[in-house]
Design a protein around this ligand. Sequence first.
Ligand code: SF4
Length: 139
Amino acid sequence: MMPVSTREVLDEENFMSVFEARRLIEGRYGKLIPEPEFQTNGPASYYQIPGRHQRVGFIGAMTNLHFCESCNKLRLTCDGKLRPCLGSYLEFDIMKPLRAGASDEELKQFFLDVVDRKPEQHDFRDNYKPGRKMVAIGG
Ligand code: SF4
């Protein structure tokens, strides 16, 4: 579960770690084979299922404390806020510079400044309630 909601959704009852999910899958299909070279645009870690042409990816946002280390994502909301992280309250109004006629160079700098503000880690573990549903944040 990715705990992004306008209300608290995560508790001890519904949390399952990546380790537990892997244990359950491996109990049925055999030991999963890590594929560290296989990358997509998201933060999943992929594994090959032995003897099958399928792979499975795990997104361990709540399991792995270093989950955010390789994140390259920005999110743009439909009301013009650029957010450097899905799991943070930070957002920056890109409509202002756009409406003020910012140049391409100024907009590039705006994006770079937002990238600079990417947090080292998300706030999911601190009862994060972003005030927007995930679908309104993007991603
Ligand atoms: S920094 Fe934010 S957007 Fe990036 S992986 Fe972490 S939680 Fe997701």
